[in-house]
Design a protein around this ligand. Structure first.
Ligand SMILES: Cc1cc2nc3c(=O)[nH]c(=O)nc-3n(C[C@H](O)[C@H](O)[C@H](O)COP(=O)(O)OP(=O)(O)OC[C@H]3O[C@@H](n4cnc5c(N)ncnc54)[C@H](O)[C@@H]3O)c2cc1C
Length: 302
């Protein structure tokens, strides 16, 4: 990327919000990934729009991330711009039974904010380590709840670089319309219900304990590696295929929860990718079911 493009981007986001050759392993929960060309940390929808405009006009590839908790980045990194929506774009507002949050707010933080305000409906989200933007894009869900149950309206940047608001999210299992239309989620409004603070906190405590007991939270991972195939459970198929503990380099099918792939230390993206392909192939051979990756991949494979 030329100095001129970098200068233009600095003029939009400020020089403190532009990092050069930033290692992506510091921005993914897998702790894997080579450097990106630049990383931008915008503070507003307008900064995101203007940055995307410059990047497109300059022919530079770009990719949006939140907390990098559903993301595997190539060992070679990403030869383009990462637009990371995080702390600097994370304002939240409570209005009666509604919460509005910018895309960079952490879902767990918004779930606690709901609890503090005696609002029920986001308990399911307390342990999902993603941003609001990533959670809306993925229609994140757990323990019977999904973003689609609470999200009513989203402000997003369209592919034509207009900032628009929509009530049509096209939500389905781990899917939203933004995966198809290339929209960048900027802000979302959620409607909750008045509840009892102690009961809400007790439910959050119960779900947290359940996660701690059942998920390998002491290892870096990106959560469930595969989507749930219709009529099956990915973790059970993987276990029944004899793949508990299956290892490629530093990557391993978790012994504790076979739906998770963990980084046991020093895993490369190539290790994880090979492991995911092996698991998919072996499960298909044994049961005729095709597992699809839930984890997004960024960069060149291998
Ligand atoms: C320990 C652990 C447990 C997990 N448990 C769950 C669970 O119970 N349920 C569940 O659903 N998930 C779970 N996950 C996966 C993950 O946390 C969710 O998918 C989360 O919603 C991803 O959010 P993120 O901000 O980290 O997204 P990222 O990983 O940063 O990005 C994921 C995708 O979203 C896109 N994206 C991010 N922000 C935006 C935006 N503002 N606009 C448009 N696109 C955007 C990215 O381009 C990418 O394609 C878990 C992960 C871990 C590590």
């Amino acid at each position: 990327m030329t100095d001129l493009i970098i200068e233009k981007l600095k003029n939009i986001v400020g020089s403190e919000a532009l990092l050069i050759n930033e290692p992506m392993k510091n921005h993914t929960t897998f702790r894997i990934g080579g450097p990106c060309g630049v990383m931008l940390l915008p503070k507003s929808g307008e900064e995101i729009r203007d940055s995307v405009k410059v990047l497109r006009e300059s022919g530079v590839k770009y990719y949006i991330i939140g907390n990098g908790s559903n993301l595997l980045v190539s060992d070679k990194g990403f030869d383009g711009a990462i637009i990371k929506l995080s702390k600097s774009f994370s304002k939240t507002e409570v209005n009666g039974t509604e919460i509005t949050a910018q895309a960079g707010a952490m879902l767990s933080g918004v779930s606690s904010l709901a609890a503090q305000n005696s609002l029920t409906g986001l308990e399911f989200a307390s342990g999902i380590p993603g941003s609001i933007g990533g959670a809306v894009l993925m229609n994140a869900g757990a323990y019977g709840g999904e973003m689609k149950d609470v999200v009513v309206e989203t402000e997003y940047l369209t592919n034509n670089l207009e900032i628009k608001t929509t009530k049509e999210h096209g939500f389905s299992y781990r899917h939203s319309v933004f995966q198809e239309n290339g929209g960048i989620v900027l802000k979302t409004r959620m409607v909750l219900k008045k509840g009892d603070k102690d009961e809400i906190n007790a439910e959050i405590g119960r779900l947290t304990a359940q996660r701690k007991a059942k998920q390998p939270l002491s290892y870096p991972s990106a959560g469930s590696a595969f989507k749930r195939p219709e009529g099956y459970f990915a973790a059970k198929l993987i276990d029944d295929a004899g793949l508990r503990g299956y290892t490629v380099g530093g990557a391993q099918v978790s012994e504790l929860h076979t739906g998770f792939v963990i980084n046991r230390g020093g895993a490369t993206a190539a290790d994880v990718s090979k492991l995911l392909d092996d698991v998919r192939d072996i499960v298909f051979e044994k049961f005729g079911v095709t597992l699809q990756r839930e984890i997004k991949y960024l960069g060149e494979e291998k």
